[in-house]
Design a protein around this ligand. Sequence first.
Ligand code: PMV
Length: 342
Amino acid sequence: MNPEPHAVALGEYHAAAQAQPNIALVKYWGKRDAELNLPVVGSISITLDSLWTRTEVRFVPGAVQDRVSLNGRSDESVTKRVVACLDLLRQRAHIDWGAVVDSRNNFPTAAGLASSASGFAALVYAGGRALGLELSEAELSILARRCSGSAARSVLGGYVEWTRGQLADGSDSAAHPMLAADAWPLRVAVAITSTAAKQVGSSEGMRRTAQTSPFQAAWIATQETDLAAARSAILTCDFDALALVSEHSCLKMHALAMAAQPGLLYWNGATVECMHRVRTLRQQGLPVFFTVDAGPQLKAVCAPSAIEKVKAALREVPGVLDVLDSGLGAGAHAIALGALEA
Ligand code: PMV
């Protein structure tokens, strides 16, 4: 055992949780309220299983400061966001104690792999348990959303829809389960084409897009059609229909962002080569489609029977550094204290 320097009696304002990144098939891009992270559109995602964030939170009665470490290091911008999230939990519990937070990712942080989604879903889950708050899935999703929009979806597993909601306070903008992971166990190959942190974060990218992209109104106006198509594809497990709407939503989101001023270009050459490779595989009869978020990694979603061929094909693309592989998994859940390492 490797005792943590801050280890205390089990269960004393102390809990640990795991959450996994999610990948949007119908994308979220744009906020109707930046403070509350309320989206201009609903979105649909799948939660992964083999990539994870594990987080331990311990509130210390009487402590006045938070201590935060991510992958064994402390970083000012990460700490700021974590403290803001802890503040929401403290408000809820009517306490003002500082906390010690230790979080680990088993995949590259901040490069378009949704580390903030798994990170904040794990943090609200562990923090809520440490304080003995009995939060429903919807309440956890709303708290996670306030810390990072897409984290709302990582609270849940399998196929998930995050509803836009209409209310100004955001109480109707939470994620809901659509279909369990094992009801349609698709696989995901993630082609890593760069490990550098992205230059323009999603909040800044969304703000710039809303202010300057001529396609913003069309983006909002057409989202409901895509959501309806994806819902129906998921509920009937129709791979071809899901492929069509997912690639469409991905390319539409990037076209919207590229048309901002200055334009947002999250792809590199290898990302584009991977898109072509995936389409070629599909033309050859393999059930696979791609999606890309605010970063250069390409995610290829496929039927389980296709995963080895998809991984091998992506590995051959020049500029691909590594290919990760995941199934679909559960939502945020408790883990044993001291179980942060793989
Ligand atoms: O919630 P954020 O700030 O991680 O933004 C997520 C934006 C995309 O990943 C590009 C799309 C999505 O729906 O996850």
